[in-house]
Design a protein around this ligand. Structure first.
Ligand code: AMP
Length: 292
């Protein structure tokens, strides 16, 4: 495995690999790997000749007062895990290289970034969209792999790739969960043992919503309202949102029809946690796809 820190060097390698006819797969991350990250890497490893993984904790996607400084980092362990998966290129640029002095270009995806996490974290998706376009331009993959865990982020990245005609296929992969249903997340490290137990309520509430849909309920407000109450009544858990949105627009819908995402975010102690459930509904036929 080669570790690259210079964007220009990474880009030159990508040019060479493409000229050699290699299929490049890329997995952008903020590091501190867990099974969620590793599942993306394994899938990319299977599908592509060359596997690039980036580790970059991207300041513009963190708001004031968020956890940028204390975001967990563990390069040594990440390098070891990446080697086990046979990552070919680990791209680890510095903030100064990605955002040099007088940096002034940002990518904004309108509309669909104004709901859910975008509403609670203004500017977050502008930061995400900008770094993703930069990473895709530097690493030039044929395929880029992202997790359904960050469902709105995946939808936003698919949209920006389409809108800007970026020559890459975005692949969404399922949420990897702990045994009790909690989605794996770097931020789970912030949870104490009791908070960790309370955190499972998010997935339980989504399962409850799933049950309502399976019993024929189609009223989005009723489903979101009842499920939200379950989260809200859990001690130590503060719901930020619990909504049913269209997967296309990320705007709230009134009915479960077509493809929708039931998405929730909550604060549990020091952590802000998110989870979601995809639903594809055509009359009585209901499916729960595992990724967009
Ligand atoms: P992060 O390092 O948190 O920015 O995540 C990097 C990539 O891993 C993103 O595409 C995430 O959606 C994905 N990811 C994070 N957690 C999970 C998980 N539990 N299951 C699947 N993918 C995940």
């Amino acid at each position: 495995m080669e570790q690259i820190t210079q964007p220009q060097e990474m880009q030159q390698i990508a040019f060479r690999l493409r000229a050699e006819g290699k299929t490049i797969g890329c997995v952008p991350t903020m590091g501190c790997f867990h099974e969620g990250h590793l599942s993306l890497m394994r899938e990319a490893r299977k599908r592509c000749d060359v596997l690039q993984v980036s580790i970059f904790v991207n300041p513009p996607q963190f708001g004031p007062g968020e956890d940028l400084e204390k975001y967990p980092r563990d390069m040594e362990r990440d390098v070891h895990l990446a080697e086990e998966i046979e990552v070919d290129y680990l791209f680890v640029p510095s903030v100064e290289e990605m955002y040099p002095e007088s940096y002034s270009t940002y990518v904004e995806v309108e509309g669909m970034t104004e709901t859910l996490c975008g509403k609670a974290r203004p500017g977050h998706f502008k930061g995400v969209a900008t770094v993703v376009v930069k990473l895709l331009t530097i690493m030039m993959p044929h395929f880029a792999f992202f997790g359904q865990k960050d469902g709105q982020q995946l939808a936003v990245i698919k949209r920006l790739v389409r809108d800007l005609n970026l020559p890459v296929a975005v692949v969404g992969l399922p949420i990897v969960r702990e045994a009790d249903g909690l989605p794996m997340s770097t931020r789970n490290e912030y949870l104490g043992p009791e908070e960790r137990e309370h955190a499972t309520v998010l997935n339980k509430a989504l399962s409850y919503a799933r049950g309502m849909i399976l019993s024929g309920e189609r009223d989005a407000a009723r489903i979101a309202g009842e499920s939200r109450m379950r989260v809200a009544s859990e001690p130590g858990v503060e719901v930020e949102y619990f909504e049913v949105v269209s997967t296309e627009s990320m705007q709230p819908v009134s009915e479960i029809d077509g493809e929708v995402m039931i998405a929730t975010a909550a604060r549990v102690g020091p952590a802000r946690l998110i989870d979601n459930l995809l639903v594809r509904c055509n009359g009585d036929e209901v499916e729960f796809p595992d990724s967009l």
